[in-house]
Design a protein around this ligand. Structure first.
Ligand code: B16
Ligand code: MG
Length: 217
């Protein structure tokens, strides 16, 4: 039976990808090259330092570690400034009602995000009360597709990985769910998330009933 749902944050519950994009683009421009929305797709679900490496590769720039740490911090300060202005209105369609429904159905809920800023975002959008466990980038350094972030969630909820369903918008996140031995539902495009057990275009398509229809009760 399905006993827990594990949610990715960026791209599933809130659209913070646009703020990551604005901050990375600003950094790229400072470094003298352009960074497109299409380039930004490569950074989804990827950790901050790994994202910077991809950005620098796009710009054809190589830098020492000290400079890279300083640039990542600069980007993060801009990003934190953008998300400090977020509120409930930025919760993606269908997310809140699905979280509420899971709570009344007695299904446990955890966050599994690579972001070190996850708590700020959950606080600003008032989503904290919906979570029985919160695993974010401050609890593990291993980025998806490493399954660690989801395995820690299952452990904290005290449920078996096979009883968990992961909701993810990134290919690396679906891969992490598979490696964790969990079921998965992709949120987004069927082509990129083909390896998920099921794909929905947004959480508006989800309900406890749909979960039971897909995975059984
Ligand atoms: P931070 P998720 C990920 O969040 C983002 O998709 C990714 O673009 C970002 O680089 C990563 O968090 C780290 O975020 O710089 O805030 O620590 O999709 O795993 O919720
Ligand atoms: Mg994501």
């Amino acid at each position: 039976p399905i006993r827990a749902c594990l949610f990715d944050l960026d791209g599933v519950l809130v659209d913070t990808a646009k703020y990551h994009y604005l901050a990375w683009k600003r950094l790229a421009q400072e470094l003298g090259f352009d960074f497109t929305e299409q380039d930004n797709e490569r950074l989804k679900g990827v950790s901050r330092m790994a994202s910077l490496d991809i950005l620098l590769e796009i710009g054809g720039i190589s830098l020492d570690d000290e400079t890279k740490v300083a640039l990542a911090e600069k980007k993060n300060n801009w990003y934190v400034d953008y998300i400090s202005r977020m509120d409930e209105s930025e919760i993606l369609p269908g997310a809140l009602s699905f979280l509420q429904e899971l709570k009344s159905a007695g299904i446990l809920v955890a966050l599994g995000s690579a972001s070190k800023n996850a708590m700020k975002i959950l606080n600003n959008t008032h989503l904290v009360p919906y979570f029985d466990a919160i695993i974010d980038g401050t609890k593990t350094a291993s980025a998806k597709p490493d399954p660690k972030v989801f395995l820690l969630g299952a452990k904290e909820l005290n449920v078996d990985p096979v009883e968990c369903v992961v909701f993810e918008d990134a290919e690396a996140g679906i891969e992490a769910a598979i490696r964790a031995g969990m079921r998965s539902i992709g949120v987004g495009s069927r082509t990129t998330l083909a390896r998920a057990d099921e794909v929905v275009s947004s959480l508006q398509e989800m309900s406890a009933q749909r979960l039971y229809d897909i995975f059984g009760t």
